[in-house]
Write a protein that binds this ligand. Structure first.
Ligand SMILES: [Zn+2]
Length: 406
């Protein structure tokens, strides 16, 4: 019987990597091909150079997402240094991870402009919805890219328990959510889960007997609803339209909305009453990742079209505290984040528009617009176009697992 703390420790460990049993070693011995020139370790570890990305025909949605992802230097370094072993099997046969590594290799060599065409080609093979020259959603692309990378770099389940001192993962082991995390990690451990994954707690409470049914679900990003405008200002669709652009809210308000208790329209069978009952549901954060990706749900969908809500969302660039939105038993765990990138959608239309990225490194904030990039002021970020916000946990969060090649 594998012990939870051993399993979790295995994927979170930063101590010396152990020698893997032959079967696992064989499965992980096919790292990225040697055709990439290995950049210097110093270049790989630090922030990536500023590089423009070629637009391949309305691919600003992809370019903006990639520029933000390049800001995750701790995640990208493993690609540049070719440290992540490929999974033995994956939908793209490792091609997405290899193309991403190749792209990062080009950037690490300080080329002024690089083309993400190979990555696009690999991605569209498993995600044909991104083919063609149409405008697509940058957050959907991100999910697809992260899923593709996670599959390509998925680590095999640990073959045997590893005994580690308890204090290394006390935080995880002693919590009730560890079973859900254990299951997720067993089946999905990869550099993507190391950096981006957290757990949400979903609580459904019976209105009759107050019994609570709790479930934990993993997330790689959070999609935050915009709060509805004050009811006094919306009397009809026409007046709602007139209000467009004049509403504003804070990111914290979006988080409040996300974690608010809602009355469920359908009755849910209560585990205690054993009968369908009126119920209410709430979501809270149970664990939070090193890199937190927050997606502002700016687009609403009707049967025929996609409409954009241009509510001005203000957000902290430093010190975003998520602890008020954590589950009760987790509120004392530090959850402070600093912003390092945003993906912005420009334009009023939901069907068209343009994406750009803002990214911060030691030289300050910079705007990336396909092939061009230029310094920008932090104040420019708050202009109401923010669509995906990228935060880094201040205390570094739990350390990611070391690559297991020996
Ligand atoms: Zn009940």
């Amino acid at each position: 019987m594998l012990r939870e703390r051993d399993l979790i420790a295995r994927v979170r460990r930063t101590k010396k990597p152990e020698t893997l049993p032959a079967v696992v070693e064989a499965a992980t011995k096919a790292p990225f091909p040697g055709r990439l020139r290995r950049p210097s370790a110093q270049k790989a570890r630090g922030p990536l150079p500023h590089t423009g990305l070629k637009n391949l025909g309305n691919t600003c949605f992809m370019n903006a997402t990639l520029q933000c992802l390049f800001g995750c230097s701790e995640f990208c370094a493993g690609f540049v240094e070719r440290q992540y072993p490929l999974a033995a099997k994956s939908p793209s046969s490792g091609k997405i991870a290899m193309a991403f590594a190749e792209l990062l290799g080009d950037i690490a060599q300080d080329k002024p402009i690089v083309s993400p065409s190979n990555l696009r080609k690999s991605l569209t093979k498993i995600a044909p919805q991104f083919r063609g020259n149409g405008q697509h959603d940058s957050q959907e692309l991100l999910r697809c890219l992260l899923d593709g990378l996670a599959e390509d770099l998925k680590r095999p389940p640990p073959p045997s328990p590893v005994t580690l001192p308890r204090q290394e993962n006390t935080e995880i082991v002693e919590e009730a959510h560890c079973e859900a995390w254990r299951t997720y990690v067993r089946d999905n451990a990869s550099p993507v889960s190391d950096h981006f994954a957290g757990l949400l707690r979903s609580t459904v409470e019976c209105c009759k007997c107050s019994h609570r049914s709790i479930r934990y679900d993993p997330y790689l990003d959070l999609s935050l609803p915009l709060p509805p405008p004050p009811s006094s200002t919306v009397r009809s669709p026409l007046s709602a339209k007139l209000q467009k652009g004049s509403t504003s809210c804070t990111l914290e308000k979006c988080m409040e909305q996300f974690t608010a208790t809602e009355d469920l329209t359908e009755k849910i069978t209560c585990e205690k009453c054993k009968k369908p009952q009126k119920s209410k549901k709430s979501l809270t954060l149970q664990t939070w990742p090193r890199i937190l990706v927050l997606h502002v749900k700016r687009f609403s969908y009707t049967e025929t079209r996609r409409e954009k809500l241009d509510t001005l969302v203000t957000f902290p660039t430093e010190g975003l505290d998520l602890s008020p939105f954590a589950s009760e038993d987790r509120r004392s765990v530090p959850a402070v984040y600093d912003l390092f990138a945003t993906t912005d959608h420009l334009g009023a239309s939901g069907a068209a528009g343009h994406y750009v990225a803002h990214r911060k490194d030691q030289s300050g904030w910079r705007t990336f617009d396909d092939t061009t990039h230029a310094p920008t002021a932090a104040e420019r970020l708050q202009g109401g176009a923010a669509y995906v916000l990228w935060y880094r946990r201040r205390d570094g969060g739990a350390p990611p697992a070391k690559p297991k090649l020996v």
